[in-house]
Design a protein around this ligand. Structure first.
Ligand code: G3P
Length: 228
Protein backbone atom coordinates (compact mmCIF):
# COMPACT_ATOMS: atom_id res chain seq x y z
CA UNK A 1 0.00 0.00 0.00
CA UNK A 2 1.43 3.37 -1.05
CA UNK A 3 1.28 6.41 1.20
CA UNK A 4 0.15 9.91 0.24
CA UNK A 5 -0.07 12.90 2.54
CA UNK A 6 -3.44 14.68 2.64
CA UNK A 7 -2.33 18.28 3.07
CA UNK A 8 -1.75 21.64 1.40
CA UNK A 9 0.69 22.82 4.08
CA UNK A 10 4.27 23.23 2.84
CA UNK A 11 5.91 22.63 6.24
CA UNK A 12 4.02 19.37 6.66
CA UNK A 13 4.60 18.24 3.08
CA UNK A 14 8.31 19.19 3.20
CA UNK A 15 8.81 17.23 6.43
CA UNK A 16 6.86 14.17 5.24
CA UNK A 17 8.72 14.24 1.90
CA UNK A 18 12.08 14.34 3.74
CA UNK A 19 11.25 10.95 5.31
CA UNK A 20 11.26 9.35 1.86
CA UNK A 21 7.98 7.48 2.38
CA UNK A 22 5.60 9.52 0.21
CA UNK A 23 4.31 8.49 -3.21
CA UNK A 24 2.07 11.51 -3.62
CA UNK A 25 -0.11 14.25 -2.22
CA UNK A 26 -3.88 14.77 -2.15
CA UNK A 27 -5.41 18.18 -1.60
CA UNK A 28 -8.94 19.45 -1.38
CA UNK A 29 -10.58 22.91 -1.17
CA UNK A 30 -10.84 22.72 2.64
CA UNK A 31 -7.13 21.93 3.04
CA UNK A 32 -6.21 24.84 0.73
CA UNK A 33 -8.58 27.19 2.60
CA UNK A 34 -6.77 26.38 5.88
CA UNK A 35 -3.62 27.99 4.51
CA UNK A 36 -2.67 31.68 4.48
CA UNK A 37 -5.51 33.63 2.75
CA UNK A 38 -2.94 35.20 0.41
CA UNK A 39 -2.02 31.74 -0.93
CA UNK A 40 -1.54 31.48 -4.69
CA UNK A 41 -3.24 28.11 -5.19
CA UNK A 42 -1.65 27.36 -8.55
CA UNK A 43 1.84 28.22 -7.27
CA UNK A 44 1.27 26.11 -4.13
CA UNK A 45 0.22 23.06 -6.15
CA UNK A 46 3.21 23.43 -8.48
CA UNK A 47 5.52 23.78 -5.47
CA UNK A 48 4.04 20.63 -3.90
CA UNK A 49 4.54 18.69 -7.11
CA UNK A 50 8.12 19.95 -7.58
CA UNK A 51 8.91 18.79 -4.06
CA UNK A 52 7.20 15.40 -3.90
CA UNK A 53 6.64 14.34 -7.53
CA UNK A 54 4.43 11.30 -8.03
CA UNK A 55 0.68 11.58 -7.59
CA UNK A 56 -0.99 14.94 -7.06
CA UNK A 57 -4.78 15.15 -6.86
CA UNK A 58 -6.32 18.54 -7.60
CA UNK A 59 -10.03 19.01 -6.98
CA UNK A 60 -12.46 20.86 -9.24
CA UNK A 61 -14.98 23.29 -7.77
CA UNK A 62 -17.69 23.21 -10.44
CA UNK A 63 -20.76 21.05 -9.90
CA UNK A 64 -21.77 20.83 -13.58
CA UNK A 65 -20.07 18.57 -16.11
CA UNK A 66 -19.04 21.32 -18.53
CA UNK A 67 -17.56 23.40 -15.71
CA UNK A 68 -15.61 20.42 -14.36
CA UNK A 69 -14.21 19.69 -17.82
CA UNK A 70 -13.19 23.35 -18.29
CA UNK A 71 -11.43 23.34 -14.91
CA UNK A 72 -9.72 20.02 -15.68
CA UNK A 73 -8.44 21.37 -18.99
CA UNK A 74 -7.08 24.45 -17.24
CA UNK A 75 -5.38 22.44 -14.45
CA UNK A 76 -3.77 20.06 -16.95
CA UNK A 77 -2.46 23.06 -18.97
CA UNK A 78 -0.24 24.18 -16.05
CA UNK A 79 0.17 20.86 -14.19
CA UNK A 80 0.06 18.06 -16.79
CA UNK A 81 0.74 15.37 -14.16
CA UNK A 82 -2.36 16.31 -12.12
CA UNK A 83 -5.00 13.74 -11.27
CA UNK A 84 -8.35 15.53 -11.47
CA UNK A 85 -10.40 15.06 -8.32
CA UNK A 86 -14.11 14.91 -9.10
CA UNK A 87 -17.00 14.66 -6.64
CA UNK A 88 -19.20 11.55 -6.59
CA UNK A 89 -22.26 13.14 -8.23
CA UNK A 90 -23.96 12.31 -11.56
CA UNK A 91 -22.44 15.38 -13.27
CA UNK A 92 -19.08 14.24 -11.95
CA UNK A 93 -19.47 10.76 -13.41
CA UNK A 94 -20.12 12.25 -16.87
CA UNK A 95 -16.97 14.36 -16.45
CA UNK A 96 -14.96 11.28 -15.38
CA UNK A 97 -16.16 9.38 -18.46
CA UNK A 98 -15.07 12.24 -20.77
CA UNK A 99 -11.71 12.77 -19.02
CA UNK A 100 -11.07 9.01 -19.21
CA UNK A 101 -11.79 9.17 -22.95
CA UNK A 102 -9.19 11.94 -23.20
CA UNK A 103 -6.66 9.86 -21.22
CA UNK A 104 -6.73 12.21 -18.20
CA UNK A 105 -6.57 10.42 -14.82
CA UNK A 106 -9.32 11.05 -12.27
CA UNK A 107 -9.83 10.56 -8.55
CA UNK A 108 -13.50 10.27 -7.55
CA UNK A 109 -13.87 11.82 -4.11
CA UNK A 110 -16.51 11.77 -1.38
CA UNK A 111 -17.22 8.06 -1.78
CA UNK A 112 -19.03 6.61 1.23
CA UNK A 113 -20.53 3.32 0.00
CA UNK A 114 -19.69 0.27 -2.12
CA UNK A 115 -22.51 1.22 -4.52
CA UNK A 116 -20.91 4.63 -5.15
CA UNK A 117 -17.49 3.00 -5.62
CA UNK A 118 -18.91 0.61 -8.26
CA UNK A 119 -20.52 3.54 -10.10
CA UNK A 120 -17.26 5.53 -10.06
CA UNK A 121 -15.29 2.55 -11.37
CA UNK A 122 -17.79 2.13 -14.22
CA UNK A 123 -17.39 5.79 -15.18
CA UNK A 124 -13.69 4.97 -15.62
CA UNK A 125 -12.23 6.50 -12.44
CA UNK A 126 -8.50 5.89 -12.11
CA UNK A 127 -8.78 6.28 -8.31
CA UNK A 128 -11.71 6.02 -5.89
CA UNK A 129 -11.33 7.84 -2.54
CA UNK A 130 -13.24 6.14 0.27
CA UNK A 131 -13.75 8.41 3.29
CA UNK A 132 -13.33 6.38 6.48
CA UNK A 133 -13.26 8.99 9.25
CA UNK A 134 -16.35 10.86 8.12
CA UNK A 135 -18.34 7.59 8.18
CA UNK A 136 -17.06 6.85 11.69
CA UNK A 137 -17.99 10.43 12.69
CA UNK A 138 -21.67 9.73 11.99
CA UNK A 139 -21.64 6.41 13.85
CA UNK A 140 -21.18 4.29 10.73
CA UNK A 141 -18.26 1.89 10.14
CA UNK A 142 -15.78 3.31 7.64
CA UNK A 143 -13.50 0.28 7.68
CA UNK A 144 -16.43 -2.06 7.03
CA UNK A 145 -17.30 -0.05 3.91
CA UNK A 146 -13.66 -0.10 2.77
CA UNK A 147 -13.33 -3.83 3.36
CA UNK A 148 -16.56 -4.49 1.39
CA UNK A 149 -15.20 -2.39 -1.49
CA UNK A 150 -11.85 -4.21 -1.42
CA UNK A 151 -13.62 -7.60 -1.44
CA UNK A 152 -15.80 -6.57 -4.41
CA UNK A 153 -12.72 -5.26 -6.25
CA UNK A 154 -10.89 -8.55 -5.68
CA UNK A 155 -13.83 -10.66 -6.82
CA UNK A 156 -14.69 -8.51 -9.86
CA UNK A 157 -11.18 -7.54 -10.93
CA UNK A 158 -12.12 -3.83 -10.84
CA UNK A 159 -9.32 -1.62 -12.13
CA UNK A 160 -9.72 1.71 -10.29
CA UNK A 161 -7.17 2.06 -7.50
CA UNK A 162 -8.66 2.38 -4.02
CA UNK A 163 -7.52 5.29 -1.86
CA UNK A 164 -8.37 5.07 1.85
CA UNK A 165 -9.02 8.72 2.75
CA UNK A 166 -10.28 10.76 5.69
CA UNK A 167 -8.00 8.83 8.03
CA UNK A 168 -8.10 9.77 11.70
CA UNK A 169 -5.47 7.52 13.33
CA UNK A 170 -2.75 4.96 12.54
CA UNK A 171 -5.09 1.95 12.89
CA UNK A 172 -7.11 3.31 9.95
CA UNK A 173 -3.90 3.10 7.97
CA UNK A 174 -3.04 -0.42 9.16
CA UNK A 175 -6.56 -1.74 8.56
CA UNK A 176 -6.68 -0.10 5.12
CA UNK A 177 -3.54 -2.06 4.21
CA UNK A 178 -4.92 -5.30 5.72
CA UNK A 179 -8.11 -5.01 3.67
CA UNK A 180 -6.15 -4.45 0.46
CA UNK A 181 -6.40 -0.70 -0.20
CA UNK A 182 -3.89 0.35 -2.89
CA UNK A 183 -3.17 3.71 -1.27
CA UNK A 184 -3.78 5.49 2.04
CA UNK A 185 -3.80 9.27 2.08
CA UNK A 186 -3.18 10.42 5.63
CA UNK A 187 -3.00 13.76 7.40
CA UNK A 188 0.56 14.65 8.45
CA UNK A 189 -0.31 14.02 12.13
CA UNK A 190 -1.41 10.44 11.37
CA UNK A 191 1.83 9.75 9.47
CA UNK A 192 3.79 11.09 12.46
CA UNK A 193 1.79 8.93 14.89
CA UNK A 194 2.18 5.87 12.65
CA UNK A 195 5.97 6.20 12.80
CA UNK A 196 6.14 6.42 16.59
CA UNK A 197 6.33 3.64 19.17
CA UNK A 198 7.36 4.20 22.81
CA UNK A 199 9.50 1.04 22.72
CA UNK A 200 11.44 2.42 19.74
CA UNK A 201 12.26 5.58 21.71
CA UNK A 202 13.16 3.65 24.86
CA UNK A 203 15.19 1.11 22.86
CA UNK A 204 17.16 3.84 21.10
CA UNK A 205 17.84 5.65 24.38
CA UNK A 206 19.22 2.49 25.98
CA UNK A 207 21.32 1.53 22.91
CA UNK A 208 22.94 4.98 22.94
CA UNK A 209 23.40 5.05 26.74
CA UNK A 210 24.95 1.54 26.76
CA UNK A 211 27.39 2.46 23.99
CA UNK A 212 28.35 5.70 25.76
CA UNK A 213 29.06 3.66 28.90
CA UNK A 214 31.25 1.25 26.89
CA UNK A 215 33.21 4.19 25.43
CA UNK A 216 33.69 5.68 28.91
CA UNK A 217 34.90 2.33 30.29
CA UNK A 218 37.36 1.96 27.39
CA UNK A 219 38.66 5.51 27.95
CA UNK A 220 39.11 4.78 31.66
CA UNK A 221 40.89 1.47 30.88
CA UNK A 222 43.23 3.20 28.39
CA UNK A 223 44.05 5.94 30.91
CA UNK A 224 44.71 3.32 33.64
CA UNK A 225 47.12 1.41 31.37
CA UNK A 226 49.09 4.62 30.72
CA UNK A 227 49.62 5.22 34.43
CA UNK A 228 53.03 3.76 35.41
O1 G3P B 1 -8.92 14.71 1.16
C1 G3P B 1 -10.04 13.97 1.42
C2 G3P B 1 -10.18 13.47 2.83
O2 G3P B 1 -9.04 12.78 3.21
C3 G3P B 1 -10.67 14.50 3.83
O3 G3P B 1 -10.52 14.06 5.14
O4 G3P B 1 -10.32 14.63 7.51
O5 G3P B 1 -11.62 16.14 6.02
O6 G3P B 1 -12.51 13.90 6.64
P1 G3P B 1 -11.30 14.72 6.38
Amino acid sequence: MRLFVDSANMDEIRTAASWGVLSGVTTNPTLLAKEDPTIDVRERLLEIHRLVGGHISVEVLSTDTAGMLREAEDIISWLPEAVIKIPMIPEGMAAVRELTRQGIPTNVTLVFSPAQAIIAANAGASFVSVFLGRLDDIGSDGLRVLSDICEIWERQGMESEIIAASLRHPMHLVEAARHGSDIATAPFRVLQQAMKHPLTDLGLQSFLADYRRLQEEQTRARQASLVP
